[in-house]
Design a protein around this ligand. Sequence first.
Ligand code: CTP
Length: 417
Amino acid sequence: MEDKDLTQLIATLPAELTAILPQLGVAAQAKGYRLFLVGGVVRDLLLGRPAGDADIIVLGDAIDLAKSLSPSLGKLTIHPAFGTASIILGNTRLDLASARTENYAHPGALPTICLGTLKDDLRRRDFTVNTLAVSLNATDYGRLIDDHGGQGDLRAHLIRALHEHSFADDPTRIWRAVRYEQRLGFNIEPNTLSWLAMGIMGLKNITGNRVWHELAGVLREDAPEKALVRLSKLGALRQIHPILRADSWLAEKCQATRALGTQSIPVYLALLTYRLKNSEAEVLADYLHLSKPLRRVLQNTHDIKVKLPVLGRYGLKSSTIYQMLHGYAPESLETNLVASTSPQARRNIMFYQNKLRKIKVSLKGSDLIKLGVPLGPHIGELLQRLLESRLDGQVTCRADELSLAKTIAACYTPQPS
Ligand code: CTP
């Protein structure tokens, strides 16, 4: 078969990336290194999908090469432990890594890494569609290297692991297989699916940090519910928490949140954990080592959920709705907005989001002091009273606030005898 030339496709990569390639090529040639574009970027180029970050394999010392580039190209970060370097080029990231082989001491362990050839580096990868490489060297620039039938699998829409131990070596690939399958509208190849099914229990061997990395990857997808439902059916979610599940309820809620214009990892996570008890969600948050802001969203979501029966009542005063919903993370409101079954609770949440939360009192504490309110807790109480009156429409302008404040201030001010 004739070698495929991807020169024209490479030219369609983001400009910040194509601009750096000639300088990279010259620097590599001077050092006697060879370079190959590899992995997801090549897969996406061939599929005509917008390419994300780019990975380059260096047959040579990747860090040495990265350091020899002009600092003006972009922000350079070196990872000596991994023998890799990253350059941030505007909105794109370029990762340079020396070609390597990997060995797994035991299933689920992080691999030990040794320098290797291009073939070694392609052989250690997860799926055939991610093993495609393109030469960036002057002698055969643009030549596609397809050692594992990646092009055929791209055409056949298949996610195929390279060997039967792939998921045992690295159980995170279970998450990755499903993510690619659902993102690209592909199928996991039947043998691969059976290896994957056998590897599911191995998910227990990986750390919560790594699971969160994969889960966050799924939640970042355009329609994460597709992969979540598939992972749930395959039994992968149960390995994170015994009663975690993704079903048509979750799918519908994820779609509903997008219909409202929200595409956010915290909201998707809060929906995924919505039906867990608070104590179960806390166990999960500990296991995944979730950040404080994410934990707050989950806790707030639970706190609002508990209030839904009251929030679903008709005729609540605006100030009551405000008190019930004030101070919570916006994502926890959005989650309850789509998850609640009560139309009235939803209306009240929307009313808070769109109107009540923006209402402010125009008088300040200093204005109240001028009116004679003594320093101390009375100031806060009065400001709160003014806010409630604003929310409930009893005062509508600064003049109204002043007159109400004067009336109340009179009660605090000692009367002349
Ligand atoms: N890789 C792998 N096994 C993993 C993680 C990564 O073999 N557990 C390899 C794959 O060849 C992948 C490359 O490393 O293409 C880069 O990983 P990553 O950036 O996660 O994948 P991409 O396909 O580039 O990115 P995306 O998922 O965003 O499309």
